[in-house]
Design a protein around this ligand. Structure first.
Ligand code: C2E
Ligand code: MG
Ligand code: MG
Ligand code: MG
Length: 278
């Protein structure tokens, strides 16, 4: 049972299911207006090339500013949006907004090499998504290598023929395909080779306590080795300390992302961050 604490916080009988049920009521009906009312924004988190320290790219992360409830994080609204079907509109909006912003940065002379956009499983049941992406690249005058699509392991789990075809068609455009949160789902290593992936992102949970967790180090070392052998870029997320960065550099992880470098930032703050570094 959920009950209001009267301070804008809600207490739940520590069950994700209850929380989802509550959020479905609280957020579900408001969700369909997020896109049309301009309540959705993208923040951008820098990704750093380990060897050079240069900006490798950014990941676009959705932020929902609700007029009464305030800022709602994706950990709460994405699951609801997936249930209500709103995720289709949100995903298309995220793709368009990220591509529009890249085009804007190009015109402003701000060099952001790539942008990564998170898409949910629902998009890969839709044969029109690759053409939608191709249209965005044309509209905003971007070469396909400027865009990466991040998928999670549950997309691989549900991978029927349609999913596979849509992923292949996106990859055939020349757009990157990244396996996000790798190591948390139920996918097998053999599936990694059956999808046209260009990148693996090792989940934050492996990096959390990296300095002290020799098991996490062993898994990370192995995944970096496998990724490199398969010709993929290996990214680690959630890098928070200099010690973690140093260890990951020693392991030759290609790209790093985390609070150590920057939090996800609104576009204008990212521009300042880039200028301050150069
Ligand atoms: P993700 O794609 O794995 O994104 C990384 C998450 O880790 C982000 O949370 C980011 O803010 C957080 N993070 C980055 N660096 C650090 C760090 O050093 N330490 C810690 N503790 N956290 C860090 P965020 O923005 O709350 O996003 C949560 C998830 O929501 C994302 O996980 C992604 O799966 C999903 N998401 C975000 N935007 C979208 C979207 O537009 N569409 C879809 N389908 N999913 C989205
Ligand atoms: Mg992601
Ligand atoms: Mg991730
Ligand atoms: Mg994650």
């Amino acid at each position: 049972q959920a009950k209001s604490e009267g301070r804008g916080t809600y207490k739940f009988a520590d069950s994700n299911k209850n929380r989802l049920a509550q959020d479905r009521l609280l957020l579900g009906s408001a969700l369909h207006e997020t896109v049309s009312k301009g309540q959705l924004h993208l923040h951008y988190q820098p990704q750093i090339d380990t060897m050079t320290g240069a900006l490798y790219g950014v990941e676009a992360l959705a932020r929902w500013h609700h007029p009464h409830l305030g800022n709602i994080f994706p950990s709460r609204f994405i699951a609801v949006a997936e249930e209500t079907g709103q995720i289709a509109a949100i995903g298309r909006w995220s793709l368009r907004e990220a591509c529009r912003q890249m085009g804007q940065w190009d015109r402003d002379g701000i060099h952001v090499p790539t942008v990564a956009v998170n898409l949910s499983a629902a998009h890969f049941g839709d044969h029109s998504v690759p053409e939608y992406i191709a249209g965005l690249l044309r509209t905003y005058d971007l070469t396909p290598d400027r865009l990466t699509v991040e998928i999670t392991e549950n997309v691989m789990m549900e991978s029927g023929q349609t999913t596979h075809d849509v992923l292949q068609a996106i990859r055939d455009l020349g757009v990157g395909l990244s396996m996000d949160d790798f190591g948390t789902g139920y996918s097998s290593l053999s599936r990694l080779t059956r999808l046209p992936l260009t990148e693996i992102k090792i989940d934050r949970s492996f990096i959390n306590d990296f300095e002290h967790d020799t098991n996490a180090q062993a898994v990370t070392t192995a995944v970096i080795g496998i990724g490199n052998r398969l010709g993929m870029t290996v990214v680690t997320e959630g890098v928070e300390t200099e010690q973690q960065r140093q260890l990951l550099e020693d392991l030759k992880c290609d790209v790093m992302q985390g609070y150590l470098f920057a939090r996800p930032l609104p576009a204008d703050e990212l521009e300042k961050w880039i200028r301050a570094r150069s």
